[in-house]
Design a protein around this ligand. Sequence first.
Ligand SMILES: Cc1cc2nc3c(=O)[nH]c(=O)nc-3n(C[C@H](O)[C@H](O)[C@H](O)COP(=O)(O)OP(=O)(O)OC[C@H]3O[C@@H](n4cnc5c(N)ncnc54)[C@H](O)[C@@H]3O)c2cc1C
Length: 401
Amino acid sequence: MSKNIAIIGAGASGIVCAIELAKKNYQVTLFEKNNKIGKKLLATGNGKCNITNKNISKSNFHSTNSNFIDYILANFSYTTCKSFFSNIGIEFVDNTNNKIFPNTLSSSSVVELLYYEAIRCGVKIILNQEILSIEKKDNFILNDNLIFDKVILANGSSAMKKLGGTNSGYSLATQLGHTIIEPFSSLVQLICDEKQEYLDIASGLKIQAKINNTIGDLLFTKYGLSGSMILDISRDISYTLQYETSTKIILDTMPTFSKDKLKDILIKRLKIAYNKNIALWLDGFIPQKLTLFILKKSNIKKQFAKDLTKKDILQFVFLLKNLEFNIKSTRGFEFAECCGGGVDTFEINNKTFQSKIVKDLFIIGELLDIDGDCGGYNLHFAWGSGYLCAKNIDHKTLHNE
Ligand SMILES: Cc1cc2nc3c(=O)[nH]c(=O)nc-3n(C[C@H](O)[C@H](O)[C@H](O)COP(=O)(O)OP(=O)(O)OC[C@H]3O[C@@H](n4cnc5c(N)ncnc54)[C@H](O)[C@@H]3O)c2cc1C
């Protein structure tokens, strides 16, 4: 049995894979280009690490090969994930909406415990070493001089370069004959084709808005739109923008009020508007930044609320319920939390993660063409792919399926 394994990338998937392989007495060398392991992990969940989700289903994952996820879901459940982390000392806490965090609410505790477990199990960790070339002869040759029997690519995606995001995994996979489904940014903010003067007015405004029947948090910024609900829809938009020059979204900025109710409230407020400046007219009901933004968009030029006509009110209400934005781009890989696209999963065995093109090559984590929704799903896939790859690595039957 071959025992000499290199894992390229000490992120979520690579570290878990290294631990599980070392437990099986493989000699594992984990290469990391940064000066510490798990740099991206430290930033997850705003430093709290949304480690997994209690409610995981196929619909939370996206890939050109939609069945690829099935084996992971069946064999690396929430419970398996919980028990892996409990065994290394991390207890879970259920925060909100089934999102799971470490009880410490600190991603550094997750990285620290993963690090100590890897060392305890005998993983050799080599920091500041970037693997840029890979060749397969009898063995694998990395960077022209490092020889291994098996190699696991766990490089992650291009998302967030400052935290380790890189193209190098795509490059290594291509060097060995794999196909890359064009990567695109996901879980990312949107840049709007809107007058800068208008965006400056709304910048900093946080509201609960509704898009496509989903209500969530939305943040107006100087470049466009952010907030958790925008990250949630960004994948579809980013995908569309690969083929279109722009796309539209329509916000309901007052989702808990019907059009008629809003109209009644606004007409009632007109009666007590007196000489109030129009900017103050809706204070206490609608955030002032939103009022000013809508007034700009509607081109209502009145200075005092008392001068508003019924037609103005109807237009104002229409815009509150149907605020349209033209999206011209996302903030791209630099700001994305993850990437769609990646190594074509039709070329990978979904139980062992072994390449169907190159024997003894394995590919795990976000480098693959699979990405999850916001809410702990991307980390769940990263842990699960690393874990199952290690568990099944020499399972002949599974390889041949
Ligand atoms: C800001 C931010 C917040 C996030 N929050 C969450 C969250 O709360 N919950 C969630 O589920 N997901 C979250 N994600 C997504 C999640 O972090 C990733 O999906 C996950 O880390 C992917 O794991 P991975 O092992 O595939 O890659 P990574 O964790 O990115 O690890 C890859 C590692 O490989 C190293 N590497 C790459 N190429 C080479 C090379 N050639 N040689 C040597 N080393 C190399 C990199 O430096 C990196 O350390 C977040 C992402 C970001 C950017």
